[in-house]
Design a protein around this ligand. Structure first.
Ligand code: ADP
Ligand code: MG
Length: 248
């Protein structure tokens, strides 16, 4: 069974996709056979690797999932692409818990050839995120260092606990990651203190700084680690990867 890390937060724009993509690349570069699963209809994890989304998401298609795995520019990294098709989104968005569970079983059954799998979730606690949580061994929650950072997290945590209790006893809290960190702002320091006081040791000691290189990399179809290896953002994601790999 591979390690399956679900990157989730119901808020948009907190760094989920950026973290899923860069962490997947860093883990692949460390030698693990890695799969990045794009479950967001916005497909940013797919386009950020320079690839084109599928017409229909493999997860709701009848083909074997393996036929949809794509190679990426990194030898150890495969991608299960996202799809923008409304039909797929609607089918998943309206699906019941049992459908989520069925899809999760379908996904889990196809992961045997990987050491690590990262799932990029949409900004919701709907069926797609529940499917990801039901397939995962851990959940990593990025939060942006801004006012209201913890808003909505309570609902996310409730959903995680539900999935832990009902359908996936293997699921653990993998950690909370502070993103878009600006050490010059008093607000960042405040959020940092507040989050660490509240959540304690599950907050990663690595923080991801706000760095233009991080936001530029996807338009070049690569991780920031390849696009700007010396940037602060690249170094932070490599450090995060080490912390994640140590936390087994
Ligand atoms: P989410 O997937 O949670 O919606 P994204 O990963 O797409 O969030 O990030 C939202 C926006 O912020 C994107 O434009 C992304 O390029 C930018 N961004 C993410 N992390 C950083 C960072 N560390 N520094 C600068 N910009 C960032
Ligand atoms: Mg995203």
């Amino acid at each position: 069974m591979p390690r399956v890390i679900c990157i989730a937060n119901q808020k948009g724009g907190v760094g989920k996709t950026t973290t899923a993509l860069n962490l997947a690349c860093a883990i692949a570069m460390s030698g693990d056979r890695t799969l990045l699963v794009d479950l967001d209809p916005q497909c940013n994890a797919t386009t950020g690797l320079g690839l084109i989304p599928d017409a229909r998401h493999a997860l709701v298609d009848s083909r074997p999932l393996r036929e949809s795995f794509r190679e990426t520019y990194l030898p150890n990294l495969s991608l299960l692409p996202g799809a923008r098709s409304f039909e797929d989104v609607d089918a998943l968005a309206n699906s019941s818990d049992s459908r989520s569970l069925m899809l999760a079983t379908h996904l889990s059954g196809s992961l045997g050839s990987f050491d690590s799998v990262l799932i990029d979730c949409p900004p919701s606690v709907g069926a797609l995120t529940r499917t990801a949580l039901a397939s995962a061994s851990e959940v990593l929650m990025p939060i942006q260092c801004e006012y209201f950072a913890m808003e909505g997290l309570t609902q996310m945590i409730e959903v995680i606990k539900q999935v832990m209790g009902r359908s996936n006893s293997r699921l653990e809290f993998g950690g909370i990651l502070l993103t878009m960190y600006d050490a010059t702002l008093e607000l960042t320091a405040e959020v940092d203190r507040e989050v660490r006081d509240f959540f304690g040791g599950i907050v990663f000691s690595t923080v991801i700084p706000r760095d233009a290189a991080v936001s530029e990399a996807p338009s070049h179809g690569r991780s920031v680690i390849d696009y700007a290896p010396r940037s602060r953002g690249a170094r932070a994601y490599v450090e995060l990867c080490q912390e994640v790999l140590e936390r087994v």
